[in-house]
Design a protein around this ligand. Structure first.
Ligand SMILES: Cc1cc2nc3c(=O)[nH]c(=O)nc-3n(C[C@H](O)[C@H](O)[C@H](O)COP(=O)(O)OP(=O)(O)OC[C@H]3O[C@@H](n4cnc5c(N)ncnc54)[C@H](O)[C@@H]3O)c2cc1C
Length: 406
């Protein structure tokens, strides 16, 4: 092993607490209370071996990235940066309950990441987030536009604590719209109502979003209301209803196919659908952790419902944004497009920035419309670590993004 191959993850603890430390073989950290329990030893060697497998990849092309991370960790260690070289206690009752070792590892990484220095987290976040500022979002949007891809711009942030934050968020969007239109970006805007106080004061939230829609409408553009977790669904549908009534061509909503209620919601909203201004929805699987009482959990079941809802949209002349990176699902969506002979301007595919770019290109090359969701903003650290905790499956993608780019 070369000298760079020095980082190892030490895992000690009891059955309900894991103590994790990042340590370097140049200057081994003293192990405190190893516990000595045979089960723990198994866990310890299991996680270490996974991490080592990742770090000691043979793929020479990615060695540089790996060295960068190792260097960073080592640097933090020598700088006595206790954010890295400290014991991180994690309540892992939930983690070890599961039999699936992959999920176990993902949950572990997801819990660990908020304790890492921002610089380290940025190493993976930069693949998924345009940057901190509007200029970063514009740069990324221009690159995507050059490839024939539209964008939807999202200022990061959600679940605010007071209405001053809502006002700041609104102003950021108003400025963004002006700047983006001035730069002739081929794109629209996505918003999360909780950023404007949905959970504090519905009416104020509505007023703030309305101002954003007015601004977008002034440029003949469009605002998409993202769908958040289940406590928000009724309120977000209601928001959309009111706005759609006033701005039938400038506002759209998102539906999540994992929610058992989605097809019913789609049917109920048909009363505001018109031929002149067809409803415009993004259909995605859904990212939040919901209970099995209200949400489907199995991959196949979620996909079946996705296709059922997409078919409903095609049959009713609704404009769908087909938001997925799931190749088999995209192939099935294509079959529906053929079955209903849907013209290219009556639907679009959508993907997240940085995710499956090769698949994205193959869709664009076939002449389909494609829009990429471009998140940016100062809240990228909170966003990345929160997203991870909500959906630890992302850890796999993050690891892939760090170690196997492209
Ligand atoms: C444009 C867009 C907008 C969205 N808006 C919302 C919203 O408003 N509300 C909401 O709840 N959810 C939203 N989502 C998230 C969505 O619900 C899913 O969680 C996410 O898209 C992953 O599901 P998937 O359809 O790609 O299928 P999955 O079955 O999760 O993934 C299929 C394959 O895609 C690839 N993949 C998926 N995600 C990643 C990733 N992050 N990095 C690398 N590879 C990946 C992997 O190869 C994976 O095997 C949005 C997604 C997109 C694309």
């Amino acid at each position: 092993m070369g000298r760079e191959e020095v980082i190892t993850l030490g895992i000690l603890g009891t059955l309900d607490t894991l103590v994790i430390l990042v340590t370097s073989s140049f200057r081994p950290v003293r192990m405190v209370q190893p516990g000595g329990h045979s089960k723990l030893k198994t866990l310890n060697s299991y996680f270490s071996s996974i991490l080592l497998k990742i770090i000691y990849t043979n793929d020479k092309d990615h060695r540089f990235e790996i060295c960068k991370i190792i260097f960073l960790l080592r640097h933090c260690y020598y700088q006595q940066c206790y954010q890295v070289v400290k014991y991180v206690k994690i309540d892992i009752c939930q983690v070890i309950k599961t039999k699936d070792k992959n999920i176990m590892f993902n949950k572990l990484i997801a819990n660990l990441l908020p304790y890492f220095p921002k610089k380290f987290v940025w190493l993976f976040s930069k693949s998924y987030i345009a940057g901190e500022n509007t200029e970063d979002a514009l740069r990324v949007s221009k690159e995507l536009n050059k490839q024939g891809i539209m964008v939807t711009l999202d200022v990061l942030g959600e679940f605010i604590h007071n209405l001053d934050e809502a006002e700041d968020n609104k102003n950021q969007y108003l400025e963004l719209i002006d700047v983006s239109e001035k730069n002739k970006i081929d794109g629209n805007y996505s918003i999360k109502p909780t950023m404007f106080g949905l959970l504090i004061d519905k009416e104020i939230c509505y007023e703030k979003i309305r101002e954003i829609v007015i601004k977008a409408a002034k440029y003949n553009n469009f605002v998409r209301i993202d769908m958040e977790d289940s406590q928000c669904v009724d309120m977000e549908i209601e928001l959309f209803r009111r706005l759609q009534n006033e701005f039938p061509d400038n506002v759209g909503l998102v539906f999540q196919s994992y929610m058992k209620r989605t097809l019913d919601d789609l049917k109920k909203l048909m009363d505001i659908h018109t031929e002149k201004s067809p409803l415009n929805y993004r259909l995605c699987k859904g990212i939040y952790v919901e209970s099995p009482e209200i949400a489907y959990k199995k991959y196949e079941v979620i996909n079946d419902h996705f296709l059922e809802e997409l078919e409903f949209m095609f049959r009713n002349n609704i404009y769908p944004g087909i938001a997925t990176h799931d190749k088999p699902l995209i192939e099935d969506a294509n079959k529906l497009i053929e079955k209903y002979n849907v013209p290219k301007e009556k639907y679009e595919f959508q993907m997240l920035y940085g995710v499956t770019p090769a698949l994205r290109k193959s869709i664009v090359d076939k002449g389909h419309r494609m829009r990429v969701y471009v998140p940016f903003g100062k809240d990228w650290f909170g966003y990345s670590t929160r997203r991870l905790k909500e959906n630890p499956k992302m850890a796999n993608h993050i690891i892939k993004a760090i170690f196997y780019k492209g």
